[in-house]
Design a protein around this ligand. Structure first.
Ligand code: ATP
Ligand code: MG
Length: 387
């Protein structure tokens, strides 16, 4: 059963195999296939060293060659191929930059984080499962490979990865693994906020965020990241439609418009969240046309989702969208006049008044006090712009 997503990977594995190298699909793709879940990126691992891969393949891109990863472009889709490796010594509870290439698949699987992520699929469709990953998939358990306590001491980020996978899959964290997380929670302070944010990106938009937030709190991991985590119950049966909506929900529950900044998110992400928080405030009162005009649809969508869920509102997003569509203008570009007209009609020089006047004009058009037509606006200017 070569599933469609594996075609390119299998083609490359065959080439490596013909040259005498061992090659398998590893990690997430194997897990998701066994789960019957959609597979996105298919990663290949091989006993071939990067230089050897470059001899086997025609077109490659070095995307992480120091870690043994190259991107191969010989098949119909690009595939990441990584040399079997073990990791060097861990300093400060972070993954090491240095790796050692090895030729034994078992060594490579041993360094992986969880049993469900440490399986491989061979060309003959044999599943290599050295740590009981299939059994844990059936039991819906996240279990560290090897001694949990050691694995989390090596790389503290793995604790957040455990939470991420449990929130995504609605799996429980196996007892010993969970205990080790509680013991080593404070090591999270050694991890760069960018990497923490990347895991939270996935937790807040997961199918089961409450499962994740509950575990963050119970293990005390929550104490080592921004936020108070006081209203986590609200995540129950909430599922964000995107990462941004997830962050907006998190920020709303924390009542903190700067939460995304604390997690080192981008300005764009932070602004989106701030707009959503503002829109949620506006939902408490009848919405004015000017607000409908100013705030984009995606922001309203997020705001309504969160407001209805947390505040038990019954606001219809369709109604907001329809009202927004029905506005006389959708943007300032649609004004029938420009600043030039106003300068001409008033005989004044430009200045801050001009922007203010145009802004007032927009509001008056939106509220139906003047029509968006040149002659009507001219009359409006004569009435409103006095010097
Ligand atoms: P997703 O479908 O969410 O991408 P994934 O399993 O592919 O899940 P990645 O973060 O892409 O997760 O990592 C790929 C694989 O690399 C994992 O399945 C795991 O085997 C291994 N891995 C990644 N990060 C770590 C880590 N910090 N420690 C140990 N193994 C890791
Ligand atoms: Mg992946």
């Amino acid at each position: 059963m070569i599933i469609h997503e594996f075609e390119a990977a299998f083609e490359l594995m065959k080439k490596l195999s013909d040259e005498g190298f061992d090659a398998v699909v590893v990690g997430g793709a194997v897990r998701d296939t066994l789960l019957g879940a959609p597979v996105h990126d298919v990663d290949v691992a091989t006993s071939a060293k990067p230089e050897q891969m470059k001899q086997v393949f025609k077109k490659t891109v070095d995307i992480g060659i120091e870690h043994g990863t190259i991107l191969v472009l010989d098949a119909k889709e690009p595939v990441e191929v990584t040399t079997y490796r073990t990791e060097g010594t861990y300093v400060d509870h972070r993954r090491p930059d240095q790796v050692n290439f090895v030729t034994d698949l078992a060594e490579d699987l041993k360094r992986r984080d969880f049993t469900i992520n440490a399986m491989a699929l061979r060309l003959n469709n044999e599943v290599v499962d050295l740590f009981g990953g299939q059994q844990d998939l059936k039991a819906k358990k996240i279990r560290a490979v090897g001694i949990a306590s050691e694995r989390f001491q090596e790389d503290a980020l793995r604790m957040l990865r455990a939470v991420r996978f449990s929130a995504k899959l609605n799996f429980t964290i196996e007892e010993e693994t969970l205990r080790a997380m509680t013991v080593h929670a404070s090591d999270l302070q050694f991890i760069a906020m960018e990497r923490i944010k990347a895991e939270f990106d996935q937790i807040v938009r997961s199918a089961h965020p409450y499962v994740g937030f509950k575990q963050l709190k119970e293990t005390t991991l929550a104490a080592y990241v921004p936020g108070n985590f006081e209203k986590i119950e609200q995540w129950k049966s909430f599922s964000a439609s995107s990462t941004e909506v997830g962050w907006a929900m998190f920020s709303y529950l924390e009542n903190d418009p700067n939460l995304v900044k604390a997690y080192r998110g981008s300005n764009k992400e932070s602004q989106f969240v701030q707009h959503v928080l503002r829109a949620i405030e506006l939902l408490h009162e009848p919405i004015e046309n000017r607000s409908l005009f100013d705030i984009e649809q995606a922001v309203w969508q997020a705001a309504v989702m969160i407001y209805n869920h947390v505040e038990h509102g019954e606001i219809s997003i369709e109604e907001i969208v329809q009202r927004k569509r029905a506005l006389p203008i959708a943007s300032k570009q649609q004004l029938a006049v420009t600043g030039k007209h106003l300068l001409e009609w008033t005989g004044q020089k430009g200045g801050p008044w001009l922007k203010q006047a145009l802004d007032q004009l927009v509001t008056d058009i939106l509220e139906g006090r003047v029509q968006n037509e040149e002659q009507h606006i001219k009359g409006w200017v004569e009435r409103e712009c006095r010097f």
